[in-house]
Write a protein of this length. Structure first.
Length: 236
């Protein structure tokens, strides 16, 4: 088995001072002035009803999708990937907990695929079992990331894995995750942090750990909070 290394401003308040005379507007009967006013009104309405900017491309969020595929992008075992486009699958990274991939589907949604890699903590698999798959629209992934849960089967371990949104900062993620008791004392910590090949950030843990910890809150650069749930909604 292959082992690989992971992945207001200040609001300027301008004091606009209007003189007394500026508050008194004399009517202008000229047609040209009326037309100009209507034009200005139409421009304002057009501006207000302008369509929002389109969401970013999937590869803008996770550059692994731009790589030329190679043997490293091969899945560990055959699996039913549903509507995922096979040629789009790219490896994010391997760890003692998980083999993690990113892809897109027929609707151009982003997809996260992860298998538990059971063994003695050295990444040696016993049985990969069933992968966890979650696909969401690009805009949703930009806001919330992606996550999968694979419950333990007869010969395979359970797994909860999170692909964090691209704006998350490793420094803040480590601050939260390393504060979990025991997470800095073992070669296979309760929650594993991975800096992937494209510098995306993923977290992986066993299902028991996820259930014991419950939701994990991580501050975001914009001041909001990202909440990671132990039981994410699954596609498969």
């Amino acid at each position: 088995m292959k082992h690989m290394k992971f992945l207001v401003g200040t609001l300027s308040i301008g004091a606009v001072l209007f003189g007394t005379s500026a508050c008194i507007l004399e009517p202008d009967p000229s047609p040209s002035s009326s037309g100009a006013a209507q034009s200005d009104s139409s421009s304002a309405t057009s501006s207000e009803t302008a369509e929002p900017a389109p969401p970013p491309e999937a590869a803008e969020l996770y550059p692994a999708l731009e790589r030329t595929p190679d043997e490293n992008d091969e899945l560990p075992v055959e699996a039913d990937l549903g509507d995922i486009t096979p040629d789009s699958v790219r490896l994010l990274g391997w760890s003692s907990y998980a083999a993690q991939f990113i892809a897109t589907d027929e609707d151009d949604d982003l997809c996260f695929i992860a298998w538990a890699t059971p063994g003695d903590g050295d990444g040696t698999p016993v049985d990969y079992g069933t992968p966890g798959i979650q696909c969401r629209p690009v805009q949703e992934v930009q806001d919330q990331g992606l996550a999968v849960r694979v419950d333990q089967e007869k010969d395979s371990d359970g797994l909860v894995a999170h692909l964090l949104p691209p704006d998350m900062e490793m420094k803040q993620v480590k601050k939260v995750i390393l504060a979990i008791p025991g997470n800095h004392e073992d070669l296979r910590p309760p929650v594993e942090i991975m800096d992937n090949f494209d510098h995306s950030i993923t977290l992986a843990m066993g299902t028991e750990t996820a259930d014991d910890l419950g939701p994990i809150d991580i501050p975001r650069p914009d001041g909001s909070t990202l909440t990671l749930e132990p039981t994410p909604e699954m596609t498969n």
